[in-house]
Design a protein around this ligand. Structure first.
Ligand SMILES: [Zn+2]
Length: 354
């Protein structure tokens, strides 16, 4: 890890709000990392179907009032997250809420972008109370950032009367209301996190163009609707395999959970250029942290073709892949920059304190 230049690492865990004091103890894994100066982000969520099940149950019991009753479930989730954060305080100050909330497979159709923004808002005070210096990261928005999903996250409403407002309005047009328009997600997060995987099969030129558009859009959206929070990534990478071309993979499969045609993959030969060009672009757009999906390929069995198995920097036999050196180069460059990035906790601006 030291030789590679690792400065951040990520863990993932799952909570059951019905048992708010029961969660995995991640301290034994985190202690050696902290001793080595490596910071940790923990990505947490509830048991996958909890929200959709809770929503269906409440709507069945209470009709439309069920949507109000969901607030109870949200505060239970907040308490459960608070317990987890307090337990790991001193070892982890960075918490990610629900990695890839925009993926229908991951959100289990339990919530929209707006619901997710509401959860970020409801849980944030519990996180702060549990650890006042904790930073609250958005769950990484997946696959080159889904702009339509993000628009729901940024949906505006009136700070005084609460009505939904058109995105072009800065002030509430309701008679005798002096409220202002504010996005659903505004000051309730400290770091905008992307899981910006290249997932479909495209050329390097297409990918770089798409990334440039994505960064410009996200930067503008955060500057205009939020508080200009920094952008980072707790997950990124590309599958690599000895002989494969991104547009014509000879390794059958690279099965994707999103695209029926499979996910993109690179040959060992092409990978260094792709990683170099992409990381250079991320640096250009001031991405503060990029965490590579995994260190080592992890085939689970013969014929395992899932793309995520092959995103490692090291082959299953321990041999380094050719792009290992590229990652090492950028990691050391990041370490050497005079100020190592310390994310700040966002202070609520006075005018929006309700
Ligand atoms: Zn209003």
């Amino acid at each position: 890890m030291k030789e590679l230049g690792v400065t951040w690492a990520k863990f993932a865990t799952c909570l059951d709000p019905a048992r708010p004091d029961e969660f995995a103890d991640l301290r034994p894994y985190m202690e050696p990392l902290r001793e080595a100066g490596i910071r940790v982000v923990i990505d947490t969520r509830t048991t996958p179907t909890l929200l959709s099940e809770e929503m269906r149950r409440l709507v069945k019991e209470h009709g439309q009032d069920g949507f109000d009753a969901l607030a109870g479930a949200q505060s239970r989730i907040g308490e459960a997250v608070g317990n987890l954060v307090a337990f790991h305080a001193g070892l982890c100050d960075d918490w990610e809420w629900w990695g890839e909330p925009d993926c229908p497979l991951i959100n289990q159709m339990g919530f929209t972008g707006l619901d997710w923004a509401t959860l970020m808002t409801v849980i944030q005070p519990y996180v702060r109370k549990a650890n006042p210096i904790a930073r609250w990261w958005t769950g990484g928005i997946g696959v080159l950032c889904d702009v339509n999903w993000m628009k729901k996250v940024l949906e505006r409403s009136c700070t005084a009367c609460g009505i939904r407002l058109d995105e072009r309005l800065d002030v509430c047009p309701a008679p005798e209301c002096d409220g202002r328009a504010r996005a659903a997600l505004h000051d309730q997060f400290d770091v905008m996190n992307l899981h910006h995987y290249v997932h479909e099969r495209h050329s390097l030129e297409w990918v770089l163009n798409k990334y440039a558009h994505m960064f410009r859009w996200v930067r503008k959206a955060i500057d205009e609707n939020c508080l200009g929070q920094p952008i980072a990534s707790t997950e990124w990478g590309m599958s690599t395999w000895p002989k494969v071309h991104i547009e014509d993979p000879s390794f059958e499969g690279f099965t994707s959970q999103v695209f029926s045609g499979g996910a993109g993959a690179l040959s060992y030969e092409d990978a260094p250029e792709w990683f170099d060009e992409c990381l250079n672009l991320f640096h250009h757009y001031d991405m503060k942290v990029v965490m590579i999906d995994k260190l080592r390929d992890t085939p689970r069995g013969k014929g395992d073709t899932h793309w995520g198995v092959w995103t490692g920097l090291i082959k299953p036999n321990g041999e380094r892949k050719p792009h290992y050196k590229v990652i090492q180069h950028y990691a050391h460059q990041g370490q050497q920059e005079s100020e190592r990035w310390e994310p700040e906790v966002v202070e609520k601006p006075e005018e929006v304190v309700a």
